[in-house]
Design a protein around this ligand. Structure first.
Ligand code: COA
Length: 254
């Protein structure tokens, strides 16, 4: 079943992973995380894969962690480590990662993009890090990477106010590379991903590593400390109220 929720397609040196749960806006279940981790680990070892492309099916990238799955997993700390393992695998992936974002990229759907190397988005793409609205705290390295990239005030706006921003604003802030009409998104992402596969693979890998080296120790540490804080918040009364409100389709009352 996890195979269907994350589609894998090989095209030459490209591995294309598609999040495939469109009826739930591609919200990520633990099974989907495990499928993504497994695919990335295999791709890391496979010289036949030079570039990874990530996209979502059905007009959404992903609405982030599946809230119902998280509620069901409360009190199971080993489950909380699965998204951490996904983030560590993604952040440590040595080959280029291209993301094609259409529709919503919420929570980890936005934070995972900070670990991608090229991000292309459609004009319909919407980015949001609504952690505090859910009684949670930042994850995915955002508490380190966003203040570094944007300064404190813009990072505060995105991470603490947590409102959705459209694709053009994300491009203006330098969070993504390009905004395209929806009809051109996937072709354009495939073109750029294939172009990367034609570059000298070892030179590309080393270059990526050099770009990320200075930040690596701090990022490795913050991914863990954020998840610990996030996991503690999951069982807080604030988060419980926020999740309950989401499932009851009402506004939370903090
Ligand atoms: N977890 C679980 N289910 C989710 C989900 C999530 N993160 N995101 C969407 N869904 C489900 C909805 O409950 C709905 O299910 P239903 O059809 O059984 O009622 C379905 O996906 C479609 O979502 P809907 O809310 O109707 O679509 P929308 O276009 O009105 O809104 C979002 C899309 C993404 C803005 C909205 O669904 C949302 O805010 N989701 C929560 C995102 C979030 O907070 N993620 C971070 C979690 S840590």
């Amino acid at each position: 079943m996890s195979q269907d929720l994350v589609l894998q397609q090989r095209d030459g040196y490209l591995l294309h992973l598609t999040l495939n749960r469109p009826d739930k806006k591609n919200a990520l279940t633990f099974e989907m995380y495990l499928a993504l981790i497994e695919a990335m680990k295999q791709a890391e070892q496979d010289d036949g894969v030079r570039v990874l492309l990530l996209s979502g099916a059905g007009g959404s990238f992903t609405s982030g962690n599946d809230i119902a799955a998280f509620v069901a997993a409360m009190g199971q700390p080993e489950k909380a480590r699965i998204p951490l393992s996904f983030l560590q695998t993604l952040a440590g992936f040595s080959k280029p990662i291209v993301a094609a974002v259409d529709g919503v990229a919420v929570g980890i759907g936005s934070s995972l993009l900070l670990h991608c190397d090229l991000v292309l988005a459609s004009e319909e793409a919407i980015f949001q890090l609504p952690f505090t609205k859910l009684g949670l705290v930042p994850e995915g390295g955002t508490s380190l990477l966003l203040p570094q990239q944007l300064g404190h005030r813009l990072a505060f706006e995105l991470l603490v106010e947590g409102d959705a921003i459209p694709a053009h604003r994300a491009a203006q802030l330098g969070l993504i590379n390009t905004v395209l009409p929806q009809s051109q998104l996937l072709d354009s992402a495939l073109r750029r991903a294939h172009a990367l596969t034609r570059l000298a693979p070892e030179a590309v890998r080393q270059s990526k590593q050099m770009l990320k080296a200075a930040n690596k120790p701090a990022l490795d540490a913050v991914l863990v400390s954020e998840v610990e804080a996030f996991a503690a918040r999951l069982s807080s009364p604030e988060a419980r109220e926020a999740f309950q409100a989401f499932m009851e389709k009402r506004a939370p009352n903090f």
